[in-house]
Design a protein around this ligand. Structure first.
Ligand SMILES: Cc1cc2nc3c(=O)[nH]c(=O)nc-3n(C[C@H](O)[C@H](O)[C@H](O)COP(=O)(O)O)c2cc1C
Length: 195
């Protein structure tokens, strides 16, 4: 059973590392859907790029705009659920945990400096995400490489998810398998469940 947990972390790690190198070289788990509790209590879900996965720390990381609604949602209720799927292999990974938003300036700076200019454009947008505009062009950012390379840094937010639950589902033709794990006192416990 333990090897399933290791396998899940390797798939997440492959997803995180593929995304960090070249946008085109994505793995099935580079893009995950992340769900939060909306400010009105209703579920909210959106796609994010997985930027880091640490089996040792049991954490995932992604980047977001501090002005985005998900940040306000996580500040109010830090619970978060994520899901990813490898369509070819028939594997789904569902994760639950709590999100932390308090990264140090040094940590954010290090990530900012290695990010591709194109991925930083969103943080340089003058308008808060979700602001109504007449036309899409109104929100376009003039240049991906502005004179001030730190432009937009104040909006750059690192979200760290402490993963507490894993639900693994394998729908491959040789037999469906599902396993659930919870992290207690630093160790994963769990086992097979009916799919
Ligand atoms: C391919 C793809 C990758 C995305 N990656 C991210 C990401 O890493 N971080 C992020 O905040 N939003 C990302 N987004 C945008 C979100 O899905 C979402 O639209 C945006 O963050 C606003 O969400 P919110 O209003 O719930 O905060 C991505 C969207 C797409 C289509």
């Amino acid at each position: 059973m333990r090897e399933i947990v290791g396998c899940v972390w390797s798939m997440l790690s492959a997803g995180a590392n593929a995304g960090a190198r070249v946008a085109a070289a994505r793995s099935p788990f580079t893009l995950l859907q992340a769900a939060t509790v909306g400010l009105d209590g209703a579920p909210r879900v959106r796609t994010i790029v997985l930027r880091g996965a640490s089996e040792e720390k049991s954490t995932l990381t992604f980047h977001t705009d501090v002005r985005s609604e998900k940040v306000a949602e996580l500040e109010k209720d830090s619970r978060i659920a994520l899901v990813g799927c490898d369509l070819n292999a028939g594997i789904q990974i569902r994760l639950e945990g709590v999100a932390r938003l308090a990264a140090s300036v040094e940590e954010r700076l290090a990530l900012w400096s290695i990010s591709r200019p194109h991925s930083l454009i969103v943080y340089r947008a003058a308008r808060t995400p979700g602001t109504p505009i007449a036309l899409p062009q109104e929100a376009h950012v003039a240049s991906a490489r502005p004179a001030d390379s730190m432009a937009g840094f104040e909006n750059f937010c690192l979200v760290t998810v402490d993963v507490q639950k894993i639900d693994y589902l394998d729908l491959s033709p040789d037999g469906h398998k599902r396993a659930q794990f919870s992290r207690r006192n630093g160790a994963w416990q769990g086992g097979w469940v009916a799919p």
